[in-house]
Design a protein around this ligand. Sequence first.
Ligand code: NAP
Length: 298
Amino acid sequence: MGTEVTVLGLGAMGSALAGAFVGAGHRTAVWNRTPGPAEALADRGAVRTASAAEAVAASPLVVVCVSDHDAVEEVLGLPGVDLTGRTLVNLTSGSPPAARKTAAWAEGRRVKYLDGAVMATPSGIGDPAFMQLYAGSRADFEDSRRVLAALGDPVYLGADPALPSVYDTALLGLLWSALTGWLHGVALLGADGPGGGVPAAVYTEVAGRWLDTVGRFMSAHAPQVDAGRYAGGEFPLELHRRTVEILVHAGELRGISSGMPELIRDLIGRAVAAGHGGDSFARLVEFMRPGPAGAAAP
Ligand code: NAP
């Protein structure tokens, strides 16, 4: 068929991926278990195939994006599917063991394998402001990078195929805590002031700038975590403890709670009680890890 890339699985995400390849001018073969979505993509210029086997045979680069890893296994096990010598990019969300299992399956069949994670919703696909994360052989990634760049900004994480799934969940955790903190602020500000409170959009102008400052804290704390040394400097945990009390109190006064300030207060309280009040916020990582909380650290 002379296509450059094949997409297996045309749900909300797979259709967006295939649409972005087509939009970037790559000849794209598509296949889905049920036929409707492939017809829609064929109208946009994709090449519809009659079977998964035909779709896989069509292109040197095969992207699979279905519900979960069980579905991936099912698709790759369909009659006639032969990926030998091809590059398989798995953009299906899953766990580290699932990623390693698929990577081992691929290695046993001389299939080049990249695991990946899509850090966008379907409407963000094709926009270089959004990342897709990849792991596997760097050479295989570099060979596929030009085509994968149609989907967004391709970021290579390393050789271990489990990396994208761990990054994916870690980054979603960061998203949820940041959004919860932001919404808590929206509720607090919205409850204040003579005019009935500050609109979310007004608060968000300032909160968005503050996120840059948060990023600076992360950059300053990361080397401390890596070194296992947590000099508190001008903002030690004891000061965090007193400040978070004010945030908890502000919520109590207005009957507003996300539960997060209380959780943070408890975490900081444990570290301060263990004698780390002079250390930086980064010390808390020791209280998240298994084992005696921070006891062994200097
Ligand atoms: P979706 O709209 O529910 O589509 C699921 C796709 O999987 C469909 O193409 C479906 O085929 C196929 N499928 C399910 N079981 C199958 C099986 N046993 N054999 C063959 N095909 C099977 O899901 P989606 O939103 O596209 O998500 C796909 C993956 O992308 C998921 O792992 C998801 O976590 C990840 N993701 C999604 C988003 C998002 O915002 N949507 C963002 C990041 C990551 P049929 O059409 O025939 O049912």
